[in-house]
Design a protein around this ligand. Structure first.
Ligand code: ATP
Ligand code: MG
Ligand code: MG
Ligand code: MG
Length: 470
């Protein structure tokens, strides 16, 4: 059955409601009272206080569809079938209530009875020492042992420092030989896109102490995460997450603006997918109250925006265009997230301003960067001076990561230490000049927006993001 992304989301949430879970709406991308995390990157992240016992959950069983940002995956976007920097994670959670023997059969029930995925294409991985999970998959679910793959700590054990942690079990779908890398070692856990990982079940059953000892928790937790785009890719039998109904709608919109047909040229396809991915993250980040800046979350936003703008250039788009693509994001995501409909004009204005700002310098910057590359090639060097990378940043608005990425395509790296030194020098200069002149670089551009800042006073987390504007 070809289910749309909106239908799959609804089926998941109502399935877990039928198992006694409370459905909560997606949390903001901005973590609350959590200094360890820049942006929400999983369904579990905003629920941390319930897992640690710091706060009492409204129910011991919760289900959500959480919007997520994962910038560590940025370079894989558009190249693999399964990675976005923006994606939605479906999850069911137990705060000291049910455990493995419920979580595993429910996951199986959802996948095989509600979604009706063919059983002979499904594989699972477990942590090598987790015999309990093996027994449940084998005896209760009835999965043959050869389809239950035991993997090590790196793949199937979840922990960060000390505190609650535990083994995990992941569900994979075999998309067939033609999607694989063809290596003899290809199988579950291979990095190619044949065995696509779509659901991770984490069994938080230990508390790790300072000495590295694991103590069994009296009331262990369940934390699961299923990538909505990935399961939709599987259900719809399409190539990648960018071909899924609502996402393809955006890709088509971008390809129309660029006058580039999707599926004709591999490099252009990557650019179309990068723009499609980034504009979703950009839209939701701004909707959640983040503004472009040179630090923290604002830097992530600026980097995504300028990276998308550069890919627009690669496609031959010479005018600002990203703000227009927001219409398509809203058309495709507005049903699930009505708040972006409400904030549409605001979101578009912020994007347009940032695009215009970058447009003034991007061409010059790209030309200069090209000159640097040619120069280095002539000299037989492979490292760009830090001061030059800094000039690109300071004068032409190129985030360091963007410069690094473009250079990397030519096999060149950046002297980052030198870059940081220049940055420090500039900070000191700025600090002393600020005493005389109270205007910050960031300040003037967004001050033209007048009252927009007050729109978000209700967000207690917004304050930290608007620091640069204050
Ligand atoms: P992968 O190994 O493919 O990078 P992961 O192991 O990093 O995935 P988890 O941290 O286990 O992913 O997250 C739970 C689920 O969220 C994954 O099984 C997948 O369905 C989804 N997911 C994770 N990262 C992404 C991403 N970058 N884009 C889309 N979906 C993702
Ligand atoms: Mg990953
Ligand atoms: Mg993985
Ligand atoms: Mg995983």
């Amino acid at each position: 059955e070809k289910l749309g992304m909106n239908e799959i989301r609804e089926k998941f949430l109502s399935f877990f409601e039928s198992k006694g879970h409370l459905r909560l709406p997606s949390f903001s991308l901005i973590p609350k009272n959590d200094k360890s995390l820049l942006l929400i990157n999983s369904g579990m992240a905003p629920l941390k206080p319930y897992f640690t016992g710091k706060e009492t959950p409204p129910s011991k069983r919760v289900t959500t569809c959480q919007r997520c940002i994962r910038t560590p995956d940025i370079e894989r976007v558009g190249k693999t079938a399964r990675h976005g920097t923006f994606f939605e994670m479906l999850g069911n959670f137990s705060f000291g209530d049910y455990f493995k023997k419920e979580a595993i059969p429910w996951a199986w029930e959802f996948v095989t009875e509600i979604l009706k995925l063919p059983v002979d294409r499904l594989w699972v991985s477990i942590y090598e020492e987790d015999d309990e999970a093996f027994e449940i998959w084998n005896k209760i679910v009835g999965l043959p042992p050869e389809r239950i793959v035991r993997m090590g700590k790196e793949d199937n054990f979840w922990e960060i420092g000390t505190g609650p942690c535990g083994p995990s079990s992941e569900i994979y779908f075999d998309r067939g030989e033609e999607k694989g890398c063809g290596k003899p070692t290809c199988g579950v856990g291979c990095d190619c896109d044949r065995f696509i990982e779509f659901w991770n079940l984490v069994f938080t059953q230990f508390n790790k102490d300072e000495r590295g000892n694991y103590h069994r928790l009296p009331n262990p937790n369940i934390d699961t995460g299923m990538g909505l785009e990935r399961i939709a890719t599987i259900m719809q039998g399409v190539d990648s997450i960018f071909d899924v109904d609502v996402i393809r709608g955006i890709t088509n919109f971008v390809s129309k603006i660029a006058e580039v047909e999707y599926g004709k040229d591999a490099e252009k396809d990557v650019s179309l997918r990068v723009i499609t991915d980034h504009i979703r993250g950009i839209t939701f980040m701004i909707s959640d109250g983040i503004l472009p800046s040179n630090e923290g979350r604002g830097y992530v936003l600026r980097r995504l925006l300028r990276r998308a703008a550069r890919h627009g250039k690669l496609l031959g788009i010479n005018d600002t265009f990203l703000y227009k693509v927001v219409d398509s994001v809203i058309e495709n995501y507005g049903e699930a997230y009505p708040e972006i409909i409400e904030r549409k004009d605001y979101i578009k204005r912020i994007i347009k301003l940032e695009e215009e700002r970058f447009k003034e310098t991007i061409d010059q910057g790209l030309t200069i960067l090209q000159d640097y590359i040619s120069e280095l090639k002539v000299q037989g060097k492979t490292v760009l001076e830090g001061s030059k990378a800094f000039k690109l940043y300071d004068t032409y608005g190129f985030p360091l990561d963007l410069t690094k990425e473009i250079l990397q395509e030519a096999g060149i790296t950046v002297d980052e230490e030198g870059y940081t030194k220049e940055l420090e020098k500039q900070r000191i200069r700025a600090r002393s000049s600020r005493k005389e002149d109270n205007s910050l670089w960031e300040q003037d551009i967004y001050s033209t927006l007048g009252d927009i800042k007050t729109k978000f006073v209700g967000y207690d987390t917004y304050e930290s993001d608007s620091k640069v504007l204050a």
